[in-house]
Design a protein around this ligand. Sequence first.
Ligand SMILES: *Cc1c(COP(=O)(O)O)cnc(C)c1O
Length: 374
Amino acid sequence: MRVLGFGSASLIKVPLTDSMRMDENELERIITKLHSQNIPILAVIGVLGTTEYGTIDPIDEIIRFRDEFSQRGIYFYVHVDAAWGGYLMSLFRAPNGQLLAREKIQQELTYFPSKRVYKAFSTLRQVDSITIDPHKQGYLPFGTGGFISRNRDIVRLLNSHADYVFSDSEEPDFLQIGQYILEGSKPGANAAAAYVAHSVLPLDCENFGRVIRQTIRSSEYFFDCLKILKKELAGKVCLTVPFEPDSNLVTIAVNPYGNQSLALMNQFSEAIYKELIHDPLAPVQSKEFLGSKTHLSINNLSKDEQTNLFKKLHLYDKERCTKVGDKILILRHTLMNPWLSAENNGENYLDKYCLFLKALLLKTLVEFNHERQS
Ligand SMILES: *Cc1c(COP(=O)(O)O)cnc(C)c1O
């Protein structure tokens, strides 16, 4: 909105449900309200796989509203940010491009795709445009972005012609793809790499989808392991998956049992995280596992969602342990490596990680209790 000159205040954030997905009822309320005030809506943007939690917005509902409202003369463009999750689509496509039935996709998996996730992916073909990052779940080197538009004429809008790079042509020339972006000269090797990689492993369930499927299987296995770990840690550390994963990104939050201070809980989580990040002064091999984190702003959750999450973390008196602007430290696991589990007769790194995490949590707990007492 800033680039277009509307100002960032013109961007309206749609509230989320307790599972970190766009709340379609809120979206409907906002569209109706703007319509009654005669305020036009430029576009509605859904996220297909958030960077933080891998959660999937209800793209099908956005499309339903677009179709319903357009009959009343209100139209908006629908863009989907699939930078992170777009490649999951390869699990839903047969080699001939047809959409697979949900039951078929589920055959080799435990939870994926949920009904909600399936609906979102199956309506993806009805949106106006999509961004997708080959340098994420496409496993390509950094610096490869994709923009897919239903209306080819949009390339004329984006065209920025550089005489020193491109030859003249009246019609869109997709061999000169580099001109359809608001940027001058740039390397083309990454785009060529995406083309070659997708030609070798086409983006369907029998080719590239096999890689993605394996990462989802690992995540489902890990998710089940966490349920066991949670029981094993009972009475010592409270471990919870704050938002049920939609894909191959699994997050956890941890709190020493009995602790009623959010600040202390974050201190504890930060100590765990410190063991999971690369130390620039040590060889990378000195870490057994690498993990990342994110911060969840409590203000971004509704009152009910806050209560639910605090209950899961055994923080009972929310008013006492939080103040405005507080955040919760969340540990993120991006399970993109297809060789994590033992299915190919290798070592099971997920079992190893769970043992490692358990030992780390218990060790940190001892230090934490010691400090609290002194
Ligand atoms: C990574 C990401 C972006 C930004 O993409 P860049 O590759 O950094 O340009 C946008 N949206 C989502 C959901 C992402 O995961």
